[in-house]
Write a protein that binds this ligand. Structure first.
Ligand code: SAJ
Length: 421
């Protein structure tokens, strides 16, 4: 049985702690946020995630897990804190990673292992984390080991993916990666791929950048298709019949704490990146494109009101981090539009939220931003009498066009060009 001290009890740190605790380890989960620690120790799950509630209860019942604001002596220290983007400089903000390493070093002992799961730019483990840990007077590779084992689980299916996804483990020597493989094998069913520490760091960034670039391409295709009067959704479906093509989906932009951020980390120490920045620019400009479509639909309407369906960054989650909806709302405000918002998954946001009927009352245009399944089940016939003008823009291709048109709505879809001769 190993004693593991996990720093950071968020979307990754908490489920990771619980999985280790349920599989034969003693785990202390540490967070600098007293409220989170208190909530967890009162046996309340601090956020929603499929299967988390059950895991949480079992881990507490096993007596192998508790939360604290303080680090303790342990065999293994695991860093799972966020690495936000310094938005102005477009650089990784390593303040939480540094603060975690600073909390660990006074407790570091000969023979300890430090694992970094947080997403970090290449060489951060060696250049930033190790020097802080060595303030303990101990030497890396001689007295303690460090590995990078990036998390790769998708929000909404985190626990399943934590167990079943392959894991990359990068270290500074063989002993450390073998140790980490053995440690994670208590709950990971996927394969392990052992490598050096910098390769592990860059792999995680490459994965999310690959996705960002492919979404940017889909978004560019959608805009071209709009100009040409072609249905991009149909065209993508057909192009994807090719055995070596897999185009992603266009939409209102890219949100979440990973894909909208990690590409910048890959670019920060390089003079060679071009496609990465361009793709970020394309995805970040999609909210402007959405608003330009809304403006077209609202031509001639006096003092328009729009209703946004969905502010979460993606479907069926309550997570609004980096959501493109926020920029869309701000741009809409600048246009002088009144705004109402309906999101059945989200309960707290920067703008007021309403129930469905209040949100559509007297609106001039409904704009679907998030691909929540719940929106597919809205019956347009039941709300058509509430709205002032029957306009709807679907940015995700989730609605049944014929159903909305049957209720008299002027239906618009991003990437389905209209009126081109
Ligand atoms: N999106 C599109 N079109 C698509 C797919 C996604 O516009 O075809 C948008 C989504 O709506 C959302 C954003 O992109 O706004 C990102 O959503 P996502 O579901 O693609 O990814 P995340 O950010 O929830 O999780 C990603 C995952 N990475 C990859 O798929 C390569 C996950 O495995 C990582 O663990 C996670 O980032 C992370 O923590 O880095």
């Amino acid at each position: 049985m190993k004693k593991i001290c996990v720093l950071g009890l968020g979307y990754i740190g908490l489920p990771t702690s619980l999985l280790f605790a349920l599989n034969g380890n003693k785990v202390i989960g540490v967070d600098i946020n007293e409220q989170i620690v208190e909530t967890i120790n009162k046996r309340k799950v601090p956020f929603k995630e499929e299967g988390l509630e059950e895991l949480f209860k079992k881990a507490f019942d096993s007596n192998n897990f508790y939360a604290s604001t303080k680090v303790e002596n342990a065999d293994v220290f695991l860093i799972a804190v966020p690495t936000p983007l310094d938005n102005e400089a477009k650089l990784a903000d390593l303040k939480y990673v540094k603060s975690a390493a600073n909390m660990i070093y006074p407790f570091l002992k000969k023979g300890n292992f430090v694992i970094v799961e947080s997403t970090i730019p290449p060489a951060t483990s060696e250049k930033v984390v190790v020097p802080i840990l060595e303030k303990s007077g101990l030497k890396v590779n001689l007295d303690f080991d460090i590995v990078h084992c990036p998390e790769r689980a998708i929000p909404g299916n985190t626990i399943y993916e934590m167990i079943h996804n392959d894991r990359i483990i990068g270290g500074l020597n063989n002993r450390s990666v073998e140790f980490a493989k053995e440690l994670y094998s208590c709950y990971v069913k996927g394969n392990f791929h052992l490598t050096d520490i910098r390769t592990a760091e860059i792999c995680k960034l490459m994965e999310n950048t690959y996705r960002d670039i492919n979404i940017a391409l889909a978004n560019e295709f959608a805009q071209i298709a709009d100009e040409c009067g072609i249905d991009v959704w149909k065209a993508i479906e057909l192009a994807n019949k090719h055995p070596r093509v897999n185009i992603l989906k266009p939409g209102p932009g890219v949100g979440g704490h990973c894909i909208a951020i990690d590409p910048w980390f890959l670019r920060e120490n390089s003079s060679k990146s071009r496609i990465i920045s361009l793709s970020r620019e394309i995805n970040d400009s999609m909210p402007n494109y959405v608003i330009s479509k809304v403006k077209e639909m609202l031509k001639g309407v006096n003092q328009p009101m729009i209703t946004v369906f969905g502010i979460a960054y993606k479907g069926n989650v309550d997570d609004c981090r980096e959501t493109p909806a926020l920029k869309i709302l701000k741009l809409a405000e600048k246009e002088g539009f009144s705004i109402k918002i309906f999101d059945p998954h989200v309960h707290k946001f920067e703008y007021p939220l309403s129930d469905l009927n209040t949100a559509v009352k007297d609106t001039d245009c409904i704009v679907v931003i998030t691909d929540h399944d719940a929106f597919k089940h809205i019956d347009p016939a039941k709300i058509e009498n509430l709205v002032r003008n029957k306009n709807i823009l679907d940015t995700r291709n989730i609605l049944d066009q014929s159903q909305w048109e049957a209720a008299g709505f002027n239906f618009n879809l991003i990437g389905r060009g209209k009126n081109v001769s």
